[in-house]
Design a binder for this molecule. Structure first.
Ligand SMILES: [Zn+2]
Length: 154
């Protein structure tokens, strides 16, 4: 097992206002490719932040500073063994493709609470957006700029 190094923030890349269930995400990630899924063994994120700010745990985690084999999620190629991935529902405009920060007031608050608590417990773990380690729009906002607005300087 490896030491936790990154908390990576993602979006579900779904249009503003559309709710996504944990079952849907699980199906997208773990269904066989022949059934339109990605064929992964595990869902890609540890926690899911719903539109109403509810945080749903998708993959068991003992909350220590290591990434145990059963805690690994498939959020970002090359970083999974040292990362925890979290995701908010949303991230694209109503056209279904243009990256957009669609976080609701409740999601922003839930994410702020989550990230602050995480940073308090793991001050050396770097908090990043998916796009900082991949050529993607995800999570459709500048995580480093947002962290400064909530008082986290890493
Ligand atoms: Zn992502």
């Amino acid at each position: 097992m490896a030491k936790l190094k990154y908390l990576v923030i993602h979006c579900t890349a779904t249009p503003s206002g559309r709710e996504v269930s944990s079952g849907e995400i699980r199906a997208w990630h773990t269904n066989p490719v022949s059934k339109g899924g990605r064929g992964w063994k595990q869902v890609g994120y540890t926690d899911l932040i719903h539109l109403d700010g509810e945080v749903e745990r998708l993959v068991e985690n003992n909350e220590d500073a290591n990434v145990d084999p059963w805690e690994i999620t498939n959020g970002a190629k090359g970083y999974n063994s040292v990362s925890r991935h979290i995701v908010y529902v949303g991230g694209v405009a109503s056209d279904g493709k243009t990256p957009k920060d669609t976080r609701t007031k409740e999601q922003k608050l839930a994410m702020e609470t989550y990230v602050k608590e995480f940073h308090r417990r793991f001050p050396k773990v770097r908090i990043i957006g998916h796009r900082e380690v991949a050529a993607k729009g995800c999570p459709s906002f500048d995580v480093q700029a947002w962290l400064k607005t909530i008082g986290i300087n890493q």
